[in-house]
Design a protein around this ligand. Structure first.
Ligand code: NAD
Ligand code: DAU
Length: 384
């Protein structure tokens, strides 16, 4: 039997009442977006319980949640989303009513070197979580909710004049990462239609901001500049991404959880398209400015180009392109705007400036992750 959202359930998620408290399970809450989301939610929903389940892979970092460790509303559990029994026990013990599912292998380049981990976590992990919900939560409960955090990469690539991704765009994933996320989106949908699980999905564009692991473009460039390393630009540098500050993404997810319609997908984006080369030029100019404005930086980061009177742009190096590199992503944010009154609020100049400042002011955080496994990854990806 197929259960259609409008027929069986109230059509939007907040039937539980807007002021009701929630008991959240946040998977992947020690990763970049998950940690930002946990801080965001804890700051806005005083009465809610937040339980984080995270395996602490190379990308997970418990220190990103340090400020919450002694908060009685918060609990951290190290564990694997693939472990259905563990998840079931946690759902039961904590009486969880809302899952916000971030946990994933998330880096496209790593998926090209080794797709298996992506299939395991993104596909099997999502399947295991959904199964834990089915086996633990009351059937067709309208007070339980599974929100799935996905990506615009499931839609494939755009040409320069193609319209931006709408929610009805055909799925055409091109990397193992994107394919594994596409599969997870389908599983989420299937658990609603087959079992009546209340689900929503958001497909978001490229995020940037605090706590991002320095394998992704923006933090990689900042950390490489501060440590005097080259800035590797794939191919001709003209691939386009639609950048969104991570806090805006958190606001968007909150809007979907609180006001989104069950079984709907929502595209969340910045309306903010940049070629990689222009973006990296902008970052270089920001760093040059900061070194001029703050003389202490040359002492703290003696290997950075401005410390030797050079421009950061001199560090740019064009390197071999990513195989299957999607040319352009762009989000059509009309559904988020018209249904949920969501529009990104953080302008790119402000957002990039605050992100650069965050990395300048949180050197200990990023130095700590430049460990042996990080160096191995850099060697494999950029020196191999
Ligand atoms: P991330 O790589 O920074 O963090 C992923 C987190 O998941 C880490 O803390 C890791 O330890 C944890 N994890 C991995 N495997 C796990 C497992 N088996 N069990 C439990 N925890 C596990 O990722 P991110 O950039 O924060 O992305 C979060 C989510 O948002 C992902 O689902 C990603 O597909 C999606 N997304 C990311 C972006 C982006 O620009 N970063 C954009 C759109 C969507
Ligand atoms: O679009 C959403 C996706 O954005 C998320 O689903 C992914 O989890 C997230 O990693 C991100 O994927 P991208 O592949 O777009 O992000 P990344 O930061 O790896 O690369 C951004 C662009 O910069 C891309 O065109 C490749 C390019 N690039 C990246 C790196 C790491 C370079 O030119 N050089 C680099 O060293």
């Amino acid at each position: 039997m197929t259960i259609w959202s409008g027929a069986v359930f109230p059509n939007s998620c907040p039937s539980r009442g807007r002021m009701a408290t929630r008991r959240l399970l946040v998977t992947g809450g020690a990763g970049f977006i998950g940690a930002n989301f946990v801080h965001y939610w804890a700051g806005r929903h005083d009465a809610d319980r937040i339980v984080v389940l995270d395996l602490l892979t190379y990308a997970g970092n418990r220190t990103s949640l340090a400020a919450l460790e002694s908060d009685p509303r918060f609990r951290f559990m190290q564990g694997d989303i693939v472990d259905t029994e563990l998840v079931r026990a946690l759902l039961d013990e904590e009486n969880i009513d809302t899952i916000v599912h971030f946990a994933a292998e998330s880096h496209v380049d790593r998926s090209i070197h080794g797709p298996a981990d992506f299939v395991r976590t993104n596909l099997m992990g999502t399947a295991a979580l959904l199964e834990a919900c089915r086996l633990t939560w009351p059937a067709q409960s309208d007070s339980h909710h599974f929100h799935h955090v996905s990506t615009d990469e499931v839609y494939g690539t755009l040409g320069p004049d193609d319209p931006a991704f709408r929610e009805d765009k055909q799925y055409e994933p091109n990397s193992p990462y994107a394919a594994s996320k596409a599969g997870s989106d389908h599983l989420v949908r299937a658990y609603h239609h087959t079992y009546g699980l209340r689900v929503t999905t958001s497909n978001c564009s490229n995020n940037y901001g605090p706590y991002q692991f320095p394998e992704k473009l923006i933090p990689l460039m900042i950390v490489n500049l501060l440590t005097g390393k080259p800035l590797p630009i794939y191919g001709d540098g003209l691939n386009v991404r639609d950048w969104l500050h991570v806090e805006d993404h958190c606001v968007g997810i909150e809007a979907v959880i609180e006001r989104g319609r069950v079984d709907q997908t929502y595209n969340v984006g910045g309306g903010n398209e940049w070629t990689n080369l222009d973006l990296v030029h902008g970052l270089c100019d920001l760093l040059d400015e900061q070194f001029t404005a703050r003389p202490d930086l040359a002492t703290r980061f003696p290997d950075a180009p401005p410390a030797a009177g050079k421009s950061c742009r001199d560090q740019i190096e064009f390197v071999t392109d990513r195989p299957g590199h999607d040319r352009r992503y762009a989000i059509d944010g009309e559904k988020m705007a018209s249904e949920l009154d969501f529009r990104p609020r953080i302008g790119f100049t402000t957002g990039l400036r605050s992100t650069v400042d965050w990395y300048l002011d949180n050197e200990a955080w990023w130095r700590a992750v430049l460990d042996g496994s990080y160096r191995d990854w850099v060697a494999k990806q950029y020196e191999g």
